[in-house]
Design a protein around this ligand. Sequence first.
Ligand code: GLN
Length: 195
Amino acid sequence: MVKIGILNLQGAVSEHYDITKKAIENMGIDADVESVRYADEVAECDGIIISGGESTVIGKIIERRGIDEVIKENNMPVFGTCAGMILLGKKTDFDQPLLGIMDITVGRNSYGRQKDSFESPISIFGEEFPGVFIRAPILEEYDKTKDDITVLSEFDSEIIAIQQGHNIAMSFHPELTDDTRIHEYFIKEVLKCVE
Ligand code: GLN
């Protein structure tokens, strides 16, 4: 059975847990979702979701607990939202531990402060989706020489969702909506890897 792990270190973890459970129900597949906190628990999963929160805090714990090594050794699909997007990247504008498994550079808090958080409809997979942006990062650049990178969504001329291989990064928060389509998309990517 496929297992999706929600990395439970800090941030909007329970929202990802709930919506992933709902996505699995909607898909009618034999899959499980578990909240994971340590490297050995992460190693048991087929795909990992990293929530929004504080990327500095999440990154330090990931490094301290050796979770980064487990993800890299197992070439595990990772879906990161907001702080999760920052952690997936190779570079940001701050000196902090990153997973660095996507060839992207991400600017933190690029839409301004907490008070500048906003909601707006966005378009992804050719469909409209509710976009929730909370102190959202901006994708500053990605390695255009890599042919496994696909831009999934843009908003106001900025890239807000991008995929490289089986890893997906988004600057907004699909877990704060009750729309499961994006989580279903990630689960399908994980299924492709275990087939
Ligand atoms: N600004 C946060 C960071 O840099 C991310 C914000 C979020 O995840 N909502 O970690």
